[in-house]
Design a protein around this ligand. Sequence first.
Ligand code: ASP
Length: 310
Amino acid sequence: MKTFSIAIHGGAGTLIKGLMTQELEVQYKNALKRARDAGYEILKNGGTAIDAVEISVKLLEDSPLFNAGKGSVFTAEGTHEMDAAIMEGKNLEAGAVSLITGIKNPVSLARDVMEKSYHVFLAGDGAMNFAKDQNYDLEDPDYFYDEVRYKQWQGIKDSNSFQLDHSVKKDGKFGTVGAVACDHEGNIAAATSTGGMTNKKWGRVGDSPMIGAGNYANNKTCAVSCTGSGEFFIRGVVAYDVSCLMEYKGLSLEEASNEVINKRILEIKGDGGLIAVDANGNIAMPFNTEGMYRASKSSNGIETISIYKD
Ligand code: ASP
């Protein structure tokens, strides 16, 4: 049987060391383990990569520790606007939603866009109408409330600035979530979900729901989910750039991922990281920040859960 594997992330950057307690670290690691293992179980039972990445991202969305679904950051208006994308590498099918609110699991809505609409990307009121047509229940705003995120917003809401999640200093924590997987048939998939940036306004959309920027999958090359300052990741077309370096230049997954995160995106001062798999089950998880919440598991026995640089 082919190697199957999964990698997940809960955002690049980390809580600056002083704010991270041992107890909190355990909570983060447990949440990562739960999400990773749920996706891995699907793969182990012969399930598909797309099912694995959806379940892992759903569990991360359900945890208030991460800036996606429950626990999403506040916009300048004190609301939550969430973005998500999902993509399958075997046929380049993709679905994405942006500027949605009240949806418990944005990644599932993105999957419904992929499977139940003729479109790839739905945004704002239109995406919400689509959700209504698909019989989604709407959560009360209280469901998404998280005190830490509320305080972050209170700290900057009267200014013109916007801020990355937990970003007390430059090297803050971003908190977007994502998963990439390779199943036993060698099909790969990627999913990404986020609340975006604290105090964002004007319908700001980051890289996460943009196919090719924050999320991409192609069986010929790789499946990628990104996290970091979205504006740079959009300009660098980061996820697709990793794929292009593999397809056109013949780089390995590891080489291509490193080249993009530790060189090309740094050249435009972009901070963040990504997780990636290829159709042989190889995994890469580079980041150029102090840390990145991440975990992986592969049928070849490799198992990791990490926050800071090893
Ligand atoms: N990339 C996300 C955005 O810009 C932020 C993050 O990674 O947390 O919306």
